[in-house]
Design a protein around this ligand. Structure first.
Ligand code: DOR
Length: 457
């Protein structure tokens, strides 16, 4: 099957160019092929921009075990609609993905159900070092240094030292200090106003844990990715680290060469504690929302390269669960289907460029997680592509969400800029409001045996 995408403005790492792109099978066969090139299908993309598909390196898709909230089919449809062509999923499912056998079971489920490419982290416990050492077909190890949703937690220093010393896979972590969170929870117990969540999971909790994890990674020279930076103070810690290690060369530096990389989420860029009165427990997240000043400092860190990636931490819970009184209400919100649109709206508002969005959401995660042949529009690369309309005005509506939980913290919000068509490995999976549910299994899996290659299954 050959598809010719004509007249699009194509976003390359070096800038935007009006060229044609030819897809053949699952690859980008040629860039700027002659317009008369024979193709089975020709897409006239005049007025649209063609981007590499988004790689979301932090999602919670709930299968197995919590499929009343989300499952791999519904989540992957939400991805396809949102322009996300690859996801890396977290291990706090039930059972927790802490062994090769359990990872393999998730891979088998995704092979049947997912419309997009997938990978699954292995979860660390204080007792599964042997599993972490031999794990394969996984992008890396996830440690909850502070607990969040579920019961995964490694807080013991000796256990952490051994994981960083003895394993070889990249490590990523949820950084909120358990002791600080517990002491704060004691101090504020009995308060039912959800705004207290940001006092319990406070700036100190985030900075203590992020410092601790970076210290472990640096001492053991172990590749480490800081998840969901939520505070300006953590961006200072990252700045100090990069400055002290001569690694901080700003935007454009190859993130794959770094020991430490970091990620920001749309909610920590676009929402803050002033949103609690409007959103209530819908705004309850771990790490918690912080101040408007923290938003600003996280934006600054993205722009100057201290943070390299935007991912969502998509964490679906049903509305019924979210509407329980605090603190029975669970933490997390669904974002994967709107993350690219939210960032395109930021381009429209002039807060960042389209090239930066592609760098943060496509290119950098591919380099950091060693995802070969993805994240860029380049001849020979996989045809994971998304067409976006930068001028399309649209309003996010709960009743139009494809995520099983069926809500968004941005319900009723008007945005400018929308993904309109998505291809995964050359196969169209989404077009103008509709996913092609016949292409379940279109995605490919993380195949560690082939050096991080994404193999067809
Ligand atoms: O708010 C959150 N929810 N943060 C996490 O780290 C986990 C997530 C979930 O799985 O619900």
């Amino acid at each position: 099957m050959r598809t010719l995408i004509k007249n699009a403005h194509v976003v390359f790492p070096s800038g935007v160019a009006a060229v044609n792109v030819l897809i053949e099978g699952h690859r980008i066969a040629a860039i700027e092929p002659a317009v008369h090139t024979m193709a089975d299908e020709t897409v006239d993309a005049a007025g649209l921009h063609l981007l590499p598909g988004v790689i979301d390196d932090q999602v919670h898709f709930r299968e197995p075990g919590l499929t009343h909230k989300e499952d791999l089919f519904t989540a992957s449809r939400a991805c396809a609609k949102g322009g996300v062509t690859t996801f890396l999923e977290m291990p706090n499912t039930i059972p927790n993905a802490t062994t090769q056998e359990l990872l393999n079971a998730k891979l088998a489920l995704a092979a049947e159900k997912s419309l997009v490419n997938y990978g699954f982290y292995i979860g660390a416990t204080p007792h599964n070092l042997a599993e972490l050492k031999r794990a394969t077909n996984t992008p890396g190890i996830k440690i909850f240094i502070g607990s969040s949703t579920g019961d995964l937690l490694v807080d013991d220093q000796d256990a952490l030292e051994r994981i960083f010393a003895e394993t070889t896979l990249p490590i990523t972590a949820h950084c909120e200090d358990e002791a600080t969170v517990r002491a704060n929870a004691q101090r504020y117990r009995g308060i039912a106003d959800v705004a207290v969540h940001s006092k319990i999971r406070d700036v100190t909790a985030a900075t203590i844990a992020t410092k601790r994890a970076i210290d472990l990674a640096v001492r053991h020279r172990h590749r480490f990715h800081v998840l969901h930076v939520s505070t300006g103070d953590e961006t200072d810690i990252l700045g100090d680290y990069f400055a002290g290690n001569g690694e901080y060369a700003g935007v454009g530096d190859d993130p794959a060469r770094r020991v430490i990389t970091a990620e920001a989420c749309p909610h920590h860029l676009l929402l803050n504690i002033d949103d609690y009165p409007r959103l209530g427990t819908l705004a309850q997240m771990n790490p918690s929302l912080k101040s408007a000043d923290d938003n600003r400092r996280i934006w600054d860190a993205l722009r100057d390269g201290r943070i390299q990636v935007i991912a969502t931490d998509h964490a679906p819970h049903t509305l019924e669960e979210k509407q329980k009184p605090y603190p029975q209400s669970p933490s997390g919100m669904p974002i994967v289907e709107n993350s690219l649109a939210l960032m395109l709206n930021e381009v429209h508002r002039g807060r960042c460029s389209l090239e930066q969005v592609v760098q943060w959401m496509c290119d950098a995660p591919a380099r950091i997680w060693d995802i070969v042949d993805k994240g860029r529009i380049q001849e020979g690369y996989d045809a994971d592509l998304v067409l976006v309309d930068l001028h399309r005005r649209h309003t996010i509506r709960n009743n139009e969400q494809l995520t099983k939980c069926g809500w968004s913290a941005w319900d009723g919000v008007e945005l400018v800029g929308l993904p309109v068509r998505t291809w995964v490995r050359g196969q169209e999976v989404y077009r103008d409001g509709r996913t092609d549910d016949n292409v379940r299994g279109a995605g490919a899996q993380f195949d560690h045996a082939r050096g991080g290659y994404w193999a067809s299954v």
